[in-house]
Design a protein around this ligand. Structure first.
Ligand code: GA4
Length: 355
């Protein structure tokens, strides 16, 4: 029996019959099929909190320049890279993630996603800071635009009266958005995590435990836009949707699904703030990166966030007698404090639940 059929049997047993398959949005269908696309985006955000985007329209030269700068930085000797660290939380980091003891098999640069901060940061990151900051700023501008397009389509699909309700906060001059470049060095002992099946919960008795590049977590922001090179490792966790008539009380453990790498596409993740804004209708996706490949993996990630003083409260349009308010209103600054006082795998949004 294949993993896929094991999974669907489990689903049937639990009277949950969600179809499997990672949703893929083709943006070349815009503007012809705008309403179809917005509906599909809403469905993907509800069921997976994740989808991939093809034909996004971001020019190749912008992506290639960004990738070139990343490759050049991580190829430097450790002592030179450390000049850009330690991460507080911004800067160069190696293995340490956050401030509470989380570790991963990676190195990274984390920076604020606004042009002035990028310019300042590039002085410690690169020997040609102007070239570096131009490449990064151009890339951030392009992915922020893509994020806004997706957020507007999502608002339309939710029938929210103001279609810029989400996009305007990540475009605000004070937006707290950030940008990271992750580098997962190659593994010397390769284990196959993505070999024949994308479904990887089942462990073969002889396989060594997977090397965790970046541990399980959900992103705190509104929307994340990730692009990687052609090296696998990213996995998303799929948890079956709860049915009203579900009498199965046991905790639904998730199933880890490997996302095949595709440098021509972007991966889009729903973050915790988006889950709160939509009153739980969208789910922030738990994900992780395994670092078992013989080739180095590099990813560039834009996290679209509101300004620190912005209030995150469920859209009135999405609150009703049948969908009572799930989270108390909070500012993004308040949420960030919770983010940095918790461990990577913690469910931070639970701290803001109403009941
Ligand atoms: C996960 C998403 C983003 O990469 C990030 C991460 C942040 C960090 O690396 O500094 C955090 C992590 C992320 C969530 C919990 C805290 C904060 C590490 C950590 C243990 C930049 C973010 O915003 O939250």
């Amino acid at each position: 029996m294949t993993f896929a059929s094991q999974y669907s049997c489990r689903m049937m047993r639990r009277k949950k019959t969600r179809a499997l398959g990672i949703p893929r949005i083709d943006l070349s269908l815009l503007p012809l099929d705008r309403s179809k696309l917005s509906k599909f985006i809403v469905e993907a955000c509800e069921e997976f909190g994740f989808f991939t985007v093809a034909n996004h329209g971001i020019p190749n030269h912008i992506i290639a320049r960004m990738e070139g700068e990343g490759v050049e930085f991580f190829a430097k000797p450790a002592s030179e890279k450390q000049r850009a660290g330690p991460p507080t939380p911004f800067g160069y980091g190696c293995k340490n993630i956050g401030f509470n003891g989380d570790k991963g098999e990676l190195e990274y640069i984390l920076m604020e996603a606004n042009p002035a901060s990028v310019r300042q940061r590039s002085n410690t990151v690169s020997d040609h800071p102007k070239q570096f900051s131009c490449a990064v700023n151009e890339y951030i501008e392009a992915v922020r635009k893509l994020a806004c397009e997706i957020l507007e389509l999502a608002a339309e699909g939710l029938w929210v009266p103001d279609k810029s309700v989400f996009s305007k906060v990540i475009q605000d001059v004070n937006s707290d958005s950030c940008f990271r470049i992750n580098h997962y060095p190659p593994s010397t002992t390769t284990t196959t995590t993505t070999s024949t099946s994308p479904f990887s919960n089942s462990k073969s008795p002889n396989s060594p435990p997977p090397r965790v590049g970046f541990g399980e977590h959900s992103d705190p922001q509104i929307l994340t836009i990730l692009r990687s090179n052609d090296v696998p490792g990213l996995q998303i966790c799929c948890t079956p949707a709860k049915d009203d008539d579900d009498d199965d009380d046991d905790e639904d453990e998730g199933l880890w699904i490997s996302v095949p790498p595709d440098p021509s596409q972007f991966c889009v993740f729903v973050g915790d703030a988006f889950q709160a804004l939509t009153n739980g209708r969208f789910r922030s996706v738990r994900h992780r990166v395994l670092a078992n490949s013989a080739k180095p993996r590099m990813s560039t990630i834009f996290f679209g966030a509101p300004p620190l003083n912005a209030c995150i409260s469920p859209l009135p349009h999405l609150v009703s007698r049948h969908s009572p308010i799930l989270y108390r209103p909070f500012t993004w600054g308040e949420f960030k404090k919770a983010v940095y006082s918790t461990r990577l795998a913690d469910h931070r949004l639970d701290l803001f639940k109403c009941h």
